[in-house]
Design a protein. Structure first.
Length: 202
């Protein structure tokens, strides 16, 4: 399938064929992007993780993620069928600042995105949210629940990250397939809602 030619999720597929949609999994360093792709993909995902070494200590700040031993240096790739007619191709972005130059190419043809947020380190996801807005990519925000995460009201997180009211914010566990799938379903619903609003405004 052509990964850059996607049917809109709100448009019926021609002849009952499967629609393919490119979805980005973005976020800051250590927010769980690779974990989400691994947990939800129907296939063994392609990952480009490398071991963290002392040589990268000045670039990969491990505050809040001290147990992290690997990092994505290019992209993660997986895919999942949400139903008989909709296939999502998942592209996980690198989180470290020195690899952000790759984002422009990765987002080409993307219909939507999930921005993963670690509530222990909100600042790590500011750049990802700004990038979604800059590239005009529809997105949902997923609060990845880590074992030592504190619970915050969604509106408090929304205010802290300056997330507009029309952007869905959901909690998830990126390690859990069902939870990660629910995030992707929320994104598809968001895309459909945007499509309906656009049609009504014509």
């Amino acid at each position: 399938m052509d990964l850059n030619g996607f049917d809109h999720p709100g448009r019926p597929a021609a002849g009952g064929t499967t629609r393919s949609v490119k979805v980005m999994i973005a976020g800051g360093f250590g927010t769980g992007k690779t974990t989400m792709v691994r947990s939800v993909s129907d296939i063994k995902p392609l990952t480009t993780e490398e071991t963290l070494t002392q040589a990268s200590a000045d670039d990969d700040h491990l505050i809040g993620v001290a147990d992290k031993t690997e990092t994505t240096v290019s992209l993660d790739f997986g895919k999942i069928s949400l139903n008989d007619s909709l296939m999502l191709y998942l592209f996980g972005t690198p989180g470290q600042e020195r690899f952000w130059f790759l984002w422009n190419g990765l987002f080409e043809g993307a219909l939507g995105a999930v921005v993963l947020v670690d509530t222990r380190r909100l600042a790590s996801s500011f750049r990802a949210i700004e990038e979604m807005e800059r590239q005009d990519v529809p997105f949902v925000v997923a609060l990845n629940v880590f074992p030592d995460s504190k619970e915050y009201p969604v509106e408090e997180i929304r205010d802290a990250l300056d997330i507009p009211a029309h952007i869905p914010v959901v909690a998830c566990d990126a390690r859990d397939r069902a939870s990660s799938r629910d995030v992707l379903v929320a994104l598809i619903h968001h895309l459909k809602d945007r499509s309906a609003v656009a049609l009504e405004s014509r």
